[in-house]
Design a protein around this ligand. Structure first.
Ligand code: AMP
Ligand code: MG
Length: 403
């Protein structure tokens, strides 16, 4: 059995950043940028009004003019027209170009208008309500750095620059493999769910759960396979998984039971075992192996909460790194305040399932057992508590976001 830090180090040492591809705007959210993006156009691109109001020359106000004559309208999308003369102003709308000569906008709420004349109802400030060309972004400015996770706003920022896509890390291909004779695939055939189960059978929950988690962590699930508890069948399924995916996430069959065939099957598949068993709870039976071509196999314990915990703690950083993340480990981690006293009387670090209450404080959810997803399904974070450690209310600790 190895320590968790060593497991992380071995995984990191055998995980390489994957390739890259060009992706259109609609596919960019959740992807990692490759290389930096610099501004091709200034923002704003021209001097414009920040309000609905009147564009005027400050010096006319300074000269003590009580009223100004409205000589035209500048609306968003229209080109700026002739230069403003003495005592003139232009009705202007938000985002519209400032007419040449104008340097100040007064809000329409601060103006009394009679016919084609306006009088200011309160004092204006020189240059107010004008967005100057390039004041937010100038050409060549760094907008987004390499390895950054693109969110919706980044997609909008790229669009505001006229980019119709960007180069991003290719999502690693992943095969999710489940094992076990007791498992029944959810059929969705309209039958009463229980009717599909015979004695001793359970529905396959890890398969759909891990496929969902993999997608959340930046992977592209290309296969969902299942192996019965038999060596040659496990070899066949794992070979197929290794043939179609860069990362294989297999659940169950990695323990010390008579019917746990993943370890011997991986040996037949020429995968090299990097480690087996890590000192954590849940998740002790975790197996990690590598194969030629930079392929990786994560053998997760079969108990669903253990599988999800290991996927979040160990598989996620590897997938993010392959997908091009600059901070694969830090991502998904956050500091939380403890909302109830936590204690780990065990001999292994414990990943506790909980959620943040209205004050953002971590509270446990459900029974902390590894065979039931009832609590985990309502939990938002995993909180790691060292062996023998306690955490008092109000203390801060790191937590991992559940997928
Ligand atoms: P194993 O690691 O194969 O011994 O499995 C440990 C426990 O997890 C057993 O109770 C299995 O029935 C359960 N289990 C394994 N795989 C799955 C799965 N895909 N969905 C739900 N439970 C599972
Ligand atoms: Mg099993």
């Amino acid at each position: 059995m190895i320590e968790e830090v060593e497991a992380h180090a071995r995984i990191a040492a055998t995980t390489a950043t994957g390739g890259e591809e060009w992706t259109g705007l609609e596919g960019l959210r959740g992807r990692y940028l490759r290389g930096e993006v610099r501004a091709g156009v200034a923002l704003p691109g021209f001097d414009q009004s920040a309000m609905d109001g009147y564009a005027l020359r400050w010096r006319d106000l300074e000269a003590g003019r009580g009223t100004l004559r409205v000589v035209g309208v500048s609306a968003a999308g229209g080109a700026a027209r002739r230069e403003l003369g003495e005592g003139e102003c232009v009705r202007i709308l938000t985002g519209a170009p400032m007419p040449p000569g104008a340097d100040t906008v007064v809000m329409q709420e601060d103006v009394r208008r009679e016919g084609d004349r306006i009088a200011l109802a309160c004092a204006a400030q020189r240059g107010e309500w004008v967005r100057k060309a390039g004041e937010i972004v100038c050409r060549g400015q760094l907008l987004l750095g390499g390895g950054e996770l693109l969110g919706s706003a980044a997609v909008g920022l790229l669009a505001s620059q006229g980019c119709h896509g960007a180069r991003v890390g290719r999502r690693p291909t992943v095969a999710v493999v489940t094992t076990g004779d007791e498992l029944v695939e959810v059929a969705g055939d309209g039958r009463e769910p229980g009717a599909a189960l015979r004695g001793g059978e359970i529905f396959n929950s890890n398969g759909p759960m891990l496929a969902a988690a993999v997608a959340r962590f930046g992977g592209h699930c290309v296969a969902r396979l299942h192996a019965p508890d038999e060596l040659s069948a496990t070899v066949a399924v794992l070979s197929e998984a290794l043939a179609v995916a860069e990362v294989v996430v297999v659940a169950g069959g990695v323990s010390v039971g008579d019917r746990d065939f993943v370890r011997p099957a991986l040996e037949v598949c020429a995968a090299r075992e990097e480690f087996w068993r890590v000192r954590i709870q849940p998740g002790k039976p975790l197996l990690y192996a590598t194969a030629d071509g930079g392929r990786q196999v994560f053998g997760l314990p079969g108990n669903p909460v253990s599988a999800l915990t290991c996927c979040t703690v160990f598989v996620a950083p590897a997938l993010r790194l392959r997908a091009g993340a600059a901070e694969p480990v830090r991502e998904g981690q956050r500091q939380v305040e403890i909302g109830e006293r936590l204690e780990n009387g065990g001999s292994r670090p414990h990943y506790l399932r909980g959620r943040l209450d209205e004050e953002g404080r971590f509270r446990l959810v459900g029974k902390q057992v590894s065979h039931s997803l009832l609590g985990a399904a309502r939990a938002s974070h995993l909180l790691r508590l060292d062996a023998g450690a306690t955490c008092e209310v109000g203390e801060r600790s790191w937590a991992l976001e559940l997928p």
